[in-house]
Ligand binder design. Structure first.
Ligand code: ADP
Ligand code: ZN
Ligand code: ZN
Length: 729
């Protein structure tokens, strides 16, 4: 048999099938070792045939299969073809998504340990030993009494020679067993069981029994969506099917993990970045082998190696993290939809603040809408108060805290409750500037101002991470009058410690969550009341369920409002609603103080009322009037290169081709070239062509655009085509 093999080299020139003669243990989907250009390299067998067009004498043979299982299922091979058409990527780029990175290059394998077992009952075995073999006797006795079987442990205790001798005498057998790493084993708690509310019961029934395939579970924060997901999963497990549960990375909190571990034990495999490489590989393998039936994880878990999938759930479906920002730039819901169709599964989107695009589909009946109107036990949504920060300034308050928020914080602390303060700006201050000459510290490699970080006394670039020394005197004019820019989370914590001495304050942002599990530790600490105030970036907005949080302060609600991005309003609405939803979740009622310089802004007013439908009605009209998704597709072709001249000439050449293409058709509503909003990142200059395409872009047009993007004279210029990008920087 001849196998068609894709070699694991990310180079377009070799990204095609090569024929090899098969060997034992190789199947379609196996990872294989093959001779290639004088070396032996890894590859994927993606097809087989009786005969090759290549002459038999020239055909080489596969060296060996790499695993004792078939890594890539037929479904994934079909998904690979779908992704290539949709995203214009290399075969190998798709295949690499389907197996854990750690598996490639043999960097990790199954952890095995050696165990020993006695062959005979103790007294019979002892009879066969000579009187002088004291150690051997002791080992056998130990084995009989302790039931410990670890080879290394016994070897260290009684000497490895002793173990060996007993094995040679046939009194012990030594064998290898898998030593699976199951993460968060001890996170188990009581399995919760609830009497479902009417809304929950009817939602579960609609999903399981409905004739529709896709559902949008639209329910306010705290309406018990998670319990619905789990009940639906229960049902499909009972039907001998499997389930994929996707959440934004940041929502994989100890709470969430505990909930699933308690309910499903080792039936659930967790795939997320907090795991060690070994743990991640083992979890993947447990799914692959069918030992675990539920994959719980962030975006990439949509590729979980499960067969016979019954349901795929995408929680917080509006979250931007569901779209990959680096190649392959896949959209999670499109992959989920493919798998839904292939498996005849159900696809459930859930959110309190659905994306405008998804809600539009639900309105149109393309997706079945299920609404949950009430919080569990009819707990009221928190009361939101808008505070005008311009007024505070006029009244002489220059602090980052309005008088109202200060008062509320004080009483929250006094009552022994907890508060969350949200500010989507990390570091100490957003920039540093000389007030005498106007010098602003910028990154050498990126076109952005540097943020000051006081705990390390450094300036940092938030795009590339580069660090610079802080200065006391202006590097340009030597003036000592340096102004700090807008306040960041680090400085908020400093100020709070001065304002409320003795009160515990925790900070959760990119900088405090760099260590493994740091993010989980902060959440646990806050849940255990080790602090009364939690300050953080959007990380604090999602999914947390703290019982004693009665106050949420939104320090700068305007921050994301004025971006030049068609999703700015939507993002702001979602973020504010999600943050507000963090309080008053238990018996204690909650209050939200929203600080802004635009107190009349309609988006803020609607967010304060948690009026999603009002927001949607307003937003969908704007989108229609201005030709934005879901009425149009935004396509951005991004050009980036260290050589600015080459970047511009690639841009210009391709822009001419796009203009030419536009002449012959009327579905390209708009096409223009320009500098990207951030002009330089990591030494690379950035330019873009922005296009608006009528409706959903056809495959025919998308192929033409991909074809244009392939035509480049300069190899050093990166060209990336993005469809409805989540991030337009
Ligand atoms: P959402 O995901 O919609 O924000 P959650 O799933 O976090 O809401 O549910 C909010 C709270 O209500 C959780 O603490 C959950 O354990 C609890 N809960 C869910 N369903 C029920 C129920 N039927 N009865 C009582 N409590 C419930
Ligand atoms: Zn200066
Ligand atoms: Zn930089």
């Amino acid at each position: 048999m001849i196998f068609e093999v894709i070699v694991d080299i990310a180079n377009s020139e070799v990204d095609r099938v090569f024929d090899y003669v098969g060997v034992d243990g190789v199947f379609v989907g196996s990872r294989v070792l093959v001779p290639f250009g004088g070396r032996k390299i890894e590859g994927f067998a993606i097809g087989q045939k009786e005969h090759s067009d290549i002459d038999d004498s020239k055909l080489k043979s596969i060296v060996a299969p790499l695993d004792d299982f078939v890594a890539v299922t037929p479904e994934m091979l079909e998904l690979m073809r779908f992704m290539i058409g949709r995203l214009h990527i290399r075969l190998i780029d798709a295949l690499r998504l389907f197996v854990p990175a750690q598996m490639r290059g043999g960097r990790i394998g199954e952890l095995k340990k050696r165990v020993v077992f006695p062959v005979l009952p103790l007294d019979e075995a002892v009879e066969r030993l000579s009187k002088s073999a004291k150690n051997q006797r002791a080992l056998l006795e130990f084995l009989a009494s302790e039931e410990k079987s670890d080879y290394t442990l016994l070897g260290e205790k009684f000497g490895f020679g002793t173990v060996k001798k007993l094995a040679e005498k046939g009194l012990l057998t030594v064998s290898e067993v898998k030593k699976g790493r199951v993460p968060y084993k001890n996170l188990c708690g009581e399995k919760q069981s609830f009497v479902h509310t009417d809304e929950q019961r009817s939602a579960i029934e609609t999903i399981i029994n409905g004739t529709e395939n896709e559902f949008l579970l639209f329910g306010v924060t705290g309406s018990g969506k998670t319990e619905i997901y789990m009940s639906v999963i229960d049902y499909y497990l009972s039907q001998n099917k499997t389930a994929v549960m996707l959440v934004p990375e940041i929502s994989l909190t100890p709470n969430m993990l505990r909930l699933f571990r308690s309910r499903y034990g080792e039936q659930v495999a967790m795939l997320h970045s907090g795991l060690s490489a070994g743990e991640r590989f083992d979890e993947w393998l447990r799914l692959k082998r069918g030992e675990a039936k539920i994959a719980l994880g962030a975006r990439s878990a949509v590729f979980a190696p499960l067969e016979n999938v019954g349901v795929i759930i995408i929680d917080e479906e509006h979250d931007a993290s569901y779209q990959s920002e680096s190649n392959p730039r896949y959209i999670t819901s499109e992959i989920a939809r493919f798998r839904r169709k292939y498996n005849g599964a159900k696809l459930v989107f859930g959110s309190a603040t659905p994306s405008v695009e998804t809600f539009y589909k639900a309105q149109n009946g393309e997706i079945k809408l299920i609404t949950l109107q009430n919080r569990i036990n009819k707990r009221p949504l928190p009361e939101v108060e808008i505070v005008d920060m311009a007024m505070e300034l006029r009244n002489g308050n220059k602090s980052f805290l309005s008088d109202r928020l200060y008062d509320e914080l004080k009483s929250t602390i006094k009552e022994g409750n907890q508060a969350i303060l949200f500010l989507n700006r990390r570091g100490f201050s957003s920039f540093v500037m000389c007030t005498k000459c106007g010098y602003t510290a910028k990154c050498e490699d990126c076109d952005v101002s540097l943020s000051y970080h006081a705990d390390e006394n450094l300036l940092k670039c938030h795009y590339c991470g580069k660090r610079y020394r802080m200065f006391d005197l202006c590097p340009e004019c030597k003036s000592p009058f340096i102004r700090q820019g807008k306040i960041g989370t680090e400085r908020v914590v400093n100020e709070l410690k001065k304002l409320f001495p003795g009160v515990g304050v925790l900070r959760m942002d990119f900088d405090t969550t760099q260590n493994k599990e740091a993010h989980l530790k902060i959440i646990e600490a806050f849940a255990n009341h080790e602090a009364q105030i939690l300050v953080g970036t959007q990380m604090v907005a999602k999914g947390h369920d703290f019982k004693d949080v009665t106050l949420v302060g939104i320090l700068d609600a305007d921050q994301s409002l004025h971006f030049e991005d068609f999703r700015a309003g939507e993002r702001t609405f979602q973020l504010l609603t999600q943050v507000s939803g963090r309080c008053g979740r238990d018996v204690k009622s909650g209050k939200v103080i929203l600080q802004t310089y635009s107190p009349k802004h309609i988006v803020l007013r609607l967010a304060a009322k948690q009026d999603y439908l009002g927001f949607y009605a307003k937003e969908i009209n704007i989108r229609e009037a201005t030709d934005f998704p879901p009425f149009a597709t935004i396509v951005r072709i991004l050009y980036s290169g260290e050589n600015e001249q080459n970047t511009i000439s690639t841009l210009n050449a391709q822009y001419a081709m796009i203009q030419e293409l536009r002449k012959s058709r009327d579905d390209i509503l708009f096409a223009n070239k320009m500098k990207a909003p951030v002009r330089r990142i990591e030494k690379k200059f950035r330019y873009q062509i922005l296009m608006k395409i009528k409706g959903d872009m056809t495959d025919e047009l998308s192929d033409k655009i991909f074809a244009v993007s392939d035509m480049k004279q300069h190899k050093d210029v990166g060209v990336f085509v993005e469809r409805n990008p989540q991030n337009m920087t």
